[in-house]
Design a protein around this ligand. Sequence first.
Ligand SMILES: NC(=O)c1ccc[n+]([C@@H]2O[C@H](COP(=O)([O-])OP(=O)(O)OC[C@H]3O[C@@H](n4cnc5c(N)ncnc54)[C@H](O)[C@@H]3O)[C@@H](O)[C@H]2O)c1
Length: 322
Amino acid sequence: MAKIVVTGAAGFIGSNIVDYWIEKGHEVLSVDDLSSGNINNINSKSLFFQGDICSKKTSKKILEFSPDVICHQAAQISVPYSVTHPYIDAKINILGTIRMLECASKLKAKFLFASTGGAIYGEIKDIANEDTEPSATSPYALSKLTSENYIKLMSQKFGFKYVILRYSNVYGPRQVPHGEAGVVSIFLENLINKRKSTINTFPEDNEGMVRDYVFVKDVAIANDRALELDKCGTFNISTGIPTKTKRIFSLIVDALKRYGIEVSESISVPNYADARPGDLRRSLLDSNRAKEILKWEPTVNLKEGIELTVKWFLERRGQVRT
Ligand SMILES: NC(=O)c1ccc[n+]([C@@H]2O[C@H](COP(=O)([O-])OP(=O)(O)OC[C@H]3O[C@@H](n4cnc5c(N)ncnc54)[C@H](O)[C@@H]3O)[C@@H](O)[C@H]2O)c1
């Protein structure tokens, strides 16, 4: 059994990771300032500390808990917000990470980091692996890339191990609309509330942009494999399967219908609009390194994952029985 701190534990991915580790019998300290996270996501079998990762009080609490591992998921996660508020983005994502690295340095605790393949590689022609040159085109991408560099430098200087996981577009239960796979919850909310949805497209392609959707439970398992790894490394956590936005929309419509939710003809046909500034045409990540070294592969396919996500949304609204 390990002692683990998970930051961002009231958020979408962090809470799913905590649930996975509590189930496995680990002792977990959940840390979150609840700035966007939901208190109901905190696993009641974990200890909970409400605090800002940038504050010394939070560091003090972590040092007292003395974990073997710090799994750092807390972040400002919105790309558009990072463009309008680069200072706040850098404060949370870079300085907050450095605070957590100071704790790891003092404790010699292993450091697991939630990075972003989608944003860090930027626009790609085919598929990006971990050796693809990063091309950070937003403050969010740059703050994650800078954090990765701090992790490597401080690990070398202070002798703690690290694993950087570059997630693709993560979707699943507890997902929030402003994340990198935000379309899933945006479409779901629209369809359930009988509102029309919009797919943003580039002129040459009327089915939306290409993304690599990975289910959140698989991301939790990847963190678990990273916990067990006895060396440092950087890994893409993704499926490598290209999916266009329209396919996501259709899968959600089909799943809702299977749960007996009425989807009228007019809302089951989306509107189309031009791509927004900064939208990437294609984001696709090769996870062969994770397969080989972490012994990790995605286990949930897109259709199953969307089904599970729709079920969770409906259960939360009392529209389907558990
Ligand atoms: N969702 C995706 O598709 C995706 C893709 C790539 C990478 N990531 C990364 O994965 C991590 C988790 O993302 P998520 O989708 O679960 O986001 P989320 O917004 O659901 O969770 C982030 C959590 O961090 C907390 N937080 C924010 N600032 C904080 C601070 N200063 N101090 C303490 N807590 C703070 C929030 O309250 C929230 O609970 C992030 O680091 C994100 O950049 C997510």
